[in-house]
Every structure is written in C-alpha cells, then in structure tokens.
Design a protein around this ligand. Structure first.
Ligand SMILES: Cc1ncc(COP(=O)(O)O)c(CNc2co[nH]c2=O)c1O
Length: 409
C-alpha cells in the first residue's frame, strides 16, 4: 500500500492531541477529505454561492449550473441512465427513509413481505419496521453464515412470491463482505419484488454500476467517499420515482400551489424540497473526480491487499476474535474484532492513547450484534490512504492492551 496519497489529505498529516502520529482506521464512519475537496468548497462559497434554480441573475445561474453538473457527475459515476434518476439528499439515511415512506407506504400492503439481511445498518432496517407496522406487512431476514457471507440457500428460501420488497446492504459496515447484489436482484425481480440497495459502504471502495447490478433503488452518503457531510444520493428507476408521492414538501418541489391542492414539479425536483446543499454537491463532484483519477479498481485492489495483510497478522493473536474474516474473497477493508476479556470501548481508549482511531460499539447494527452473540465489537475500517505501517501500529498497540489492564499476554 503506497502512502503517496497522504500528501493530499491535510488532516492525516497532523499529530493527535497527545503528539502521536494519527493512524485513522474509522473510514467506515467517515473518510478524511483531500485538499481538492476542501478547496472546491472554499471556491464555491468564495466565488459562486447563491440560491439555485429560481434566481434570474448570474450568480444564481452559476450555482444552478454547479448543482446540476454535480447531478450529471453522479449519474455517470453510478452508471444511471438519466439525471432524473439521481436525487440529492442529506445522507444515506435520508435516502432510505425517502424510499420507505414514499415507495413503501404507497405500494406495500397487508400481508406483503419485506426481506432484509440480518447485517443491515439501522438506517436500512428501522424504516422498514415502520413501514411493516403501518401497512401490516411482514419483515423477514436472510441470515449470513459463520464467515458473514449471505448463502445462496438463504436468498432462494427467503425471497418468495409473497415478497414485495428486498432491502439489502451492498457491504456490511460490520462484516465488510460484498453481497451478491446481481443475484439477489434477479431473485427479487423473478417474484415481482423491487430491490433497495444500501451502498454506503460499497461506493467508496469499489466501482458500482446500478444498471449492471439491475437494482431499483441505490443509496450512498458523500462523507464516506471523501465528500463533505450533508450530501447523500438516492438513485431510483425513473418509472418508480414518477409513481411515488413526494417525501418532503415546500419550495422548489411544486409546479403550482392552490388553496386546497398542489401540482408537483417533475423529477428530480419533486424530491428536493427547499434550499439544497449546493456546496455539498460541489464537494461531491470533487470527491468523485479524486476517486476516478485514483481509480476505483486501484482502490479496491490496494484495499484487499491491505485487509489480507491485516487479517493474517490479527489471526496470529490468540486473544483476538475476528468476525467476517473467514473468507476474504469478497471483503472490503472493514475488520471487526474483539479482544479477550476487554470491552471494545476500553480497547478503543487504549489505542487512542497510541494515536490509533478505531470504532467500538454496536455500529448501528443491534440485530447483527445479537446474531453474532456479542453486545459490541471493535472495528478497524481501512481505506486506500492507509498503509502497512498503519496496520503494524494497530497490531503493536493491540499487543499491549491486555497487559495495560493486567491480564498478561
Ligand atoms: C451500511 C450503512 N448504511 C447506512 C449508514 C448511514 O449513513 P449516514 O446516513 O451517512 O449516517 C451507514 C453509516 N455507518 C456508520 C456511521 O458511523 N459508523 C458507521 O459504521 C452504513 O455503514
């Protein structure tokens, strides 16, 4: 793993509060930002900021152009057919709620089944619980195997003629396993169901083409792929979005408002109520440009090499339990683990003293934690700008954790 990316990331070069070299391994939560993204934000607010779409003056026209250019950039990045199929939101969570409350409440009926995987983030699980309760539908789960892989027999058995919607993560934020989306989509479509894919942990790490995957909805958050916080994306097939009622109502999303009723604007505006995050969209444009210049194939390859190195070293520590690391064939840089006798929060605190930033807790995945038989885990989530030296620093610090707490080796 080359560290020549570090020159692009100011935050990664600054020491921690206690003067240690920062080893940032919480990329599953959010990624750091390259200078090109930071400068894009500065440039927008310094030269082009105005409220888009409605102003009849140059600055507003410029802001509108930047915003719509971002939409075209995302369309190309995801391989979508039309810009009308790209909706900007705040984040993946808002995108998933939009699908649940607009598509779900409109088209899911009593007795229909909604199929999830047990590895879903709460953002792709709790909204579907609300829809199931509101409509009298049934929630069913596909369960992963001991290696965190979703077996073919679960896909085949759980998606049936009663299934109306399948909502599944492309990559789990706990297990890091890439799910067989094309297979799941084919099975969903064979029974007349739609498929919603949560791409929050896949889009930053591997090339995604929504038409090749043949998905109906796909979501992601910009902040997990080098972009600013506050900008997310919902991709939806045009014909489905056209049939859906608005999610949020107000300015920009209307065609005409009378005292008792309103006609709505065409796609994508129908789903973009109020003043939009133009700065975030400009930052997302710069983030996609950085990823495309780096190469998602390069990112995926380098990350797989680094995760293999990290797992091989972790497997040599007898007091470490790994989750989702038995089959590295389709694994991104997410590594969940526990240290014998030590709570993940204590592990994270001790590692922090050595400059190492990992996540500890339930990762907004309570049902998966329960299924794994744990309350919480530690999680190191690698990205292309991490290095073998970062992994070595993690292992060195981990080797001291039990000793620090008096458990011996
Ligand atoms: C798979 C997955 N889906 C949805 C979300 C929600 O994304 P948001 O709307 O941008 O918050 C996350 C965030 N996951 C994490 C956020 O912090 N640590 C994490 O693992 C995620 O990992």
């Amino acid at each position: 793993m080359s560290s020549n990316y570090l020159k692009d990331f100011p935050l990664l070069k600054q020491p921690t509060a206690n003067g240690k070299r920062l080893v940032y391994l919480d990329n599953g939560a959010t990624t750091q930002k390259p200078l090109s993204v930071i400068k894009a934000l500065e440039g927008y607010y310094g030269t082009s900021n105005a409220n888009p779409h409605r102003g009849a003056y140059g600055l507003s026209v410029k802001a509108t152009e930047l915003y719509e250019n971002a939409r075209e950039k995302v369309r190309h990045f995801l391989g979508a057919a039309k810009t009308e199929e790209i909706i900007f939101t705040k984040n993946a969570t808002e995108s998933l709620n939009l699908i649940a409350y607009s598509y779900g409440l409109q088209f899911i009926e009593a007795g229909d089944e909604i199929v999830l995987s047990i590895a879903e983030h709460h953002s792709n699980l709790v909204p579907w619980q609300q829809v199931a309760k509101a409509r009298g539908a049934v929630l069913k789960y596909m369960y992963v195997n001991a290696d965190g892989v979703l077996p073919e027999e679960e896909i085949e058995a759980k998606i049936t003629a009663k299934t109306k919607l399948v909502a599944v993560t492309h990559v789990s934020n706990v297990l890091g396993i890439v799910n067989p989306i094309r297979r799941i989509a084919a099975k969903a479509h064979s029974v007349g169901a739609v498929i919603v894919v949560d791409g929050a942990q896949s889009v930053p790490h591997l090339a995604v083409n929504v038409r090749e995957l043949d998905v109906d909805f796909f979501v992601f958050s910009g902040h997990k792929m080098l972009a600013p916080m506050g900008i997310g994306v919902l991709y939806g097939r045009e014909e489905l979005l056209e049939a859906m009622p608005p999610f949020l109502c107000g300015g920009d999303m209307i065609e005409y408002v009378e005292e008792q009723d309103t006609t709505f604007a065409p796609l994508p505006a129908k789903f973009e109520a109020g003043t939009q995050n133009v700065g975030g969209a400009v930052g997302l444009t710069a983030a996609i440009e950085y990823l495309e210049q780096t190469g998602l194939d390069v990112i995926e390859r380098e990350e797989r090499e680094l995760v293999r190195y990290a797992v091989e070293r972790l497997q040599q520590l007898p007091y470490i339990t790994l989750y989702g690391c038995g089959d590295l064939t389709n694994k991104t840089g997410v590594i969940s683990f526990n240290v014998k006798d030590v709570h993940p929060h204590d592990v994270s605190t001790i590692l922090d003293a050595d400059g190492i930033a990992i996540r500890a807790g339930h990762h907004c995945a309570h049902p998966l934690m329960h299924y794994l038989g744990v309350n919480a885990t530690c999680r190191a989530s690698l990205y292309f700008y991490n290095t073998r030296e970062d992994v070595d620093a993690l292992l060195d610090s981990l080797s001291r954790v039990r000793g620090v707490l008096g458990y011996g080796a």
